[in-house]
Design a protein around this ligand. Structure first.
Ligand SMILES: [Ca+2]
Length: 270
């Protein structure tokens, strides 16, 4: 091998290493699990007049929000099992339970350790109360999105009724009996910002207390200590199709849990 050939090979080797390091750095700067929702105004609510609309969605109004980062997908059973194993409890400081009935959970306690049920690792964590969702979010260094943040992430700024547009398309959401599945499995159903499963799969808890519109973040509806009903969004694998819109406001008690109710997290940009 000549000196020239060795030199060329070394150059190629250094270039390959540099390329690999660059790829790693780019990956670290752009986490793929969070989506940036830019600051600005969006249209919230609906006319609440059509058969598939609810009076609680009235009136249509403009809301201005700061930028927020929101999870691209619902929190998974595998992620939630890790949380339970690290915090080593299933209630918060006030004694509020994190979980619902064991038979509805996609996680199980075996030998003192939580693990996702076989085959459910990437399914949404469901059967979790508002306290259980909030506890996970805090542990993860995040928080629950407000229902306004959730709605903007789902519908963008053009007032769309579904994440993908104006009309229902059953190929774009997990909806209907036994259709719950791995999170993020239907890219065609993405919101304008790229959030997945915002219609269907699991309902998603938000931080917001259920109060009449207009949405005003400072009127008590974002009080973390309130015990009033909290808003969940997006519809799920079970239920009526008219509630899988970007505007419908499900409002269970914060201690409610069911096999169709999960969550995703958010955080404010640093
Ligand atoms: Ca969902």
């Amino acid at each position: 091998m000549t000196n020239t050939t060795c030199h060329d090979l070394l150059l190629i080797l250094f270039a390959a290493i540099a390329l690999g390091l660059t790829s790693l750095c780019v990956g670290a700067e752009a986490p793929t699990d969070l989506v940036l929702i830019p600051a600005g105004e969006f249209t919230m609510g609906s006319e609440g007049k059509a058969l598939d609309e609810d009076a609680a969605e009235r009136p249509v109004h403009t809301v201005s929000l700061p930028a927020v980062l929101i999870d691209k997908t619902e929190v998974t059973a595998a992620q939630y099992a890790q949380f339970l194993n690290e915090v080593k409890r299933t209630k918060d400081d006030a004694g509020n339970p994190f979980l619902g009935l064991p038979q509805h959970l996609p996680v199980e306690l075996v030998g003192g350790q939580w693990r996702p049920t076989a085959g459910k690792e990437q399914f949404p964590m469901v059967d979790v109360t508002w306290y259980g969702a909030s506890g996970y979010a805090t542990w993860a260094g995040k928080r629950l999105p407000s229902e306004a943040e959730w709605e903007q992430a789902a519908r963008g700024t053009d007032g769309r009724k579904y994440p993908w547009g104006a009309d229902m398309d059953y190929a774009k959401l997990r909806f209907g009996q036994d259709s719950i599945g791995p999170v993020g499995g239907l890219p065609a159903g993405a919101s304008p910002y790229g959030c997945l499963d915002m219609a269907g799969n699991a309902w998603e808890w938000t931080s917001s207390v259920f109060k009449p519109y207009p949405y005003v973040a400072t009127d008590g509806r974002e009080d973390p200590n309130s015990t009033e009903r909290r808003v969940a969004r997006g519809g799920s694998w079970t239920g009526e199709p008219h509630i899988a819109t970007t505007t419908y406001r499900f409002r269970p008690e914060p201690t409610f849990a069911h096999a169709y109710l999960g969550f995703r997290c958010a955080k404010s940009p640093e």
